[in-house]
Write a protein of this length. Structure first.
Length: 504
């Protein structure tokens, strides 16, 4: 017991101290994943956004150059001084401006012609993929290149050309990328916070509550306060909470029943020795009574001896039953009518109750069954019926217990009927469940559970056919045991079939 207490205490400490660290919790993982996924979405937007910014920046330079070029075309560009040309080019942010119109190309203004042009960009014929590749090429590898940018501006038929270094474009793209990245990070944090708060309230919080309930219930399953209380919600979390609560209630009830059964087994084991001694003394007295010459004693003594023998056998089998080890049935040919008479004698029905016991079984009807086990089955059913009818106080009520039987091919069906008040709905729902199928106050519900176990050990079934309106009817179906000749015939048939298959 001390060892069990230490183990239970260890489980309790382990269960209550089993906390999930913050870095490994679902909340932290959810927050990080939300930020990561939003940032990934922002990256997908960031790449074409930077490319579009670079394209618009070059279009803006070309548009400014076209305005300057139009002014120069309307005026006298050849008379511009070097200082005026440099001022114009610095205003436009380019090194040279040219225009092509009507098949003729004209250099409008130039500060210093570069020795070579590194890249030619046609804004009229630049696709999205080419724009993205060019933008990131400038962003990561540019800074010292010379670009020639040309294309139409607005509805004009003239094509304008500008020559400029890419360091200004690269610098502007860096500033734009930095601003977009910072804005994306703020959006990610804001979105992640909202998503985290919503999912934490909807999902993570209830899951955390279920986890705490499972840990607490696992540490002390006999404490009903640890059973979770489901929230009123119809989604998957609500269903999980309802199912967890039902499972915990079932386990709590099962543990209580097992505890009662263990206590019952302990109590029975303590009194078993003394009961056997008392029954042994009663057997000695019954043996002396059997020697009496009184006819009444002579007629009752055999029944008393058989009853005491059964009591001794039950007492010896108490411990085995407490370990749920029912012996396999030893099946023999039995006369059902004689077995029913033994059950009637063991009931010792008080004539003052007015209960009539009717044995309608044909004297020659036989079944294949274990005599002791089947006696217990009929005894449990009949005793329940007698107890149900004995509770009626009205003397005018008919109190009749009837046992009948019939053969059906290779099986026997035995019927136990009474005129009692019937079984209540709760007892019918848990009819063959130990501790829950009792039809009367103070009952354990073990009788029908034992009867069902013994009948199924014979390969049969027991069922409630009818209950209510002054009639309760149970039916016991017991198949005949396989005969030796039947088994031999089946074996020969199998061997013959195997021979034919081999011949084929």
């Amino acid at each position: 017991m001390a060892e069990e207490s230490r183990q239970a205490g260890g489980r309790t400490e382990q269960g209550t101290g089993r906390a999930v660290p913050l870095t490994r919790g679902l909340s932290t993982k959810l927050l990080l994943l939300t930020i990561l996924f939003v940032m990934a979405a922002e990256v997908l937007i960031f790449i074409p956004s930077v490319a579009n910014f670079g394209h618009q920046w070059m279009e803006q330079r070309l548009r400014e150059a076209s305005i300057v070029g139009r002014v120069l075309l309307d005026g006298r560009a050849d008379n511009l001084s070097r200082e005026a040309s440099n001022d114009v080019l610095m205003t436009a942010g380019v090194s040279a401006i040219a225009v092509r119109d009507g098949g003729a190309s004209r250099l409008l203004v130039v500060s210093q012609m570069p020795p070579a042009v590194d890249a030619h960009i046609d804004l009229d014929d630049t696709g999205p993929l080419e724009a993205v590749l060019g933008a990131f090429d400038t962003l990561f590898f540019g800074g010292d290149r010379i670009l020639r940018i040309h294309g139409h501006v607005g509805q004009s038929t003239a094509r304008y050309e500008v020559i400029l270094p890419d360091r200004q474009l690269r610098s502007a793209m860096f500033i734009y990328a930095r601003n977009v990245a910072g804005l994306s990070l703020l959006i990610s944090l804001f979105t992640a916070t909202l998503v985290f708060y919503a999912i934490d309230r909807i999902m993570i919080g209830p899951i955390r509550a279920m986890t705490r309930s499972m840990l607490a219930f696992g540490a002390a399953p006999d404490n009903a306060e640890h059973i979770i209380e489901p929230e009123d919600r119809g989604d998957e979390i609500g269903i999980a909470e309802v199912e967890l609560a039902e499972m915990q209630k079932t386990l709590h009830r099962t543990l209580g029943e097992r505890k009662r059964l263990a206590e019952l087994g302990l109590a029975v084991s303590k009194i078993n020795h003394d009961m056997r001694n008392m029954l042994a003394s009663a057997q000695l007295i019954s043996d002396r009574l059997a020697m009496s010459a009184d006819p009444t004693v002579q007629s009752l003594a055999p029944k008393l001896v058989r009853t005491l023998d059964r009591a001794v056998a039950y007492s010896q089998g108490v411990i085995a039953y407490g370990r749920a080890q029912e012996a396999p049935p030893s099946r023999r040919r039995l006369r059902v009518a004689q077995l029913v008479e033994d059950v009637q004698a063991s009931l010792a029905i008080d004539p003052a109750t007015g209960i009539e016991f009717v044995n309608e079984v044909e004297p020659l009807l036989e079944i294949d069954a274990d005599a002791e086990q089947f006696f217990r089955v009929l005894s449990n059913l009949c005793r329940n019926a007698v107890q149900a009818m004995a509770g009626d106080a009205d003397a005018a009520l008919v109190r009749r217990l009837t046992v009948s039987a019939r053969r059906e091919e290779l099986a026997a069906r035995i019927f136990v009927a009474d005129t009692g008040p019937g079984l209540p709905p709760k007892a019918r729902e848990n009819l063959f469940t130990a501790f829950r199928g009792s039809a009367r106050a103070g009952g354990t519900g073990l009788g029908l559970a034992i009867a069902q176990e013994l009948v199924r050990a014979h390969g049969g079934e027991i069922e409630l056919v009818e209950s209510g309106n002054g009639r309760t009817l149970f039916c016991i179906s017991v198949p005949d045991a396989p005969r030796e000749e039947n088994r031999m015939a089946e074996s020969l048939g199998s061997e013959a079939a195997g021979s034919r298959q081999s011949a084929k």
